[in-house]
Design a protein around this ligand. Structure first.
Ligand SMILES: [Zn+2]
Length: 90
């Protein structure tokens, strides 16, 4: 799967390769969002999680997201978004 990017968003480098990520990642940081633009329901949790072989992804989390928790990437109700689901939960 690709989003069509042909260069690194940080340094502009073009030596990108596709990689298959592990199904399970580990939460490295999370916070609860309590203020959002009109129309966005709060509170909700967002987190960064690390996936082998070396990607850090950002997404909303269904439920609580303690640091070190195992999560899976899942399709979200809204199109074009993903969420993290805690491993072993629905
Ligand atoms: Zn780069």
């Amino acid at each position: 799967m690709t989003d069509g990017r042909d260069r690194c968003p940080y340094c502009g480098g073009t030596g990108l390769t596709e990689a298959t990520l592990a199904a399970r990642g580990t939460v490295v940081s999370s916070t609860v969002v309590r203020v959002a633009p009109p129309g966005v329901e709060v509170p909700y949790t967002v987190a960064y999680a690390d996936f082998e072989p070396g990607a850090r992804l950002f997404a909303r989390v269904r439920g609580d997201a303690p640091i070190g928790a195992a999560v899976r990437l899942a399709a979200a109700p809204e199109p074009e978004y993903y969420t993290f689901e805690l491993e072993g939960q629905g």
